[in-house]
Design a protein around this ligand. Structure first.
Ligand SMILES: [Cu+2]
Length: 126
């Protein structure tokens, strides 16, 4: 009898969690976001809208057998990390702002405009 009550209680938690997930808007409220390199030499989520404190992880899947890098541009932050196949790198964004990055191997910068393997992390309060 006690076991059954525990199970009912657990089911309630799962149901509540599902409701929260369904109610979440498109913007990410998770404190963890993953950006992956793709086989087409792009970022799978090139535009991410996150809240302050979110940790962004860039992954270069091993199966792609390719090298990429994550390089900040736009002058308001610093990052330049080479990702060999299977590597990842991360940064937690604590302040609001627009943080641009690109893979220098698979993009070009012309007058501040990025073409190719480019991405943006937009950190905003809601
Ligand atoms: Cu690349």
């Amino acid at each position: 009898m006690k076991d059954m009550r525990t199970n009912v209680f657990r089911l309630g938690i799962v149901a509540a969690g599902t409701t929260l997930l369904l109610a979440a808007p498109a913007a990410s409220f998770a404190n963890h976001v993953v950006v992956k390199a793709t086989a087409r030499d792009t970022w799978n989520e090139s535009y991410n809208h996150v809240t302050p404190g979110t940790r962004v992880v860039w992954k270069n899947p091993a199966r792609l057998n390719s090298t990429h890098d994550v390089t900040a541009y736009g002058r308001n932050w610093d990052k330049q990390v080479t990702l060999r196949a299977g590597d990842s790198t991360a940064k937690r964004f604590r302040n609001t702002g627009t943080y641009k990055y690109r893979c220098r191997i698979h993009s070009q910068l012309n007058d501040g405009q990025c073409d190719g393997m480019c991405g943006v992390i937009h950190v905003d309060r809601y």
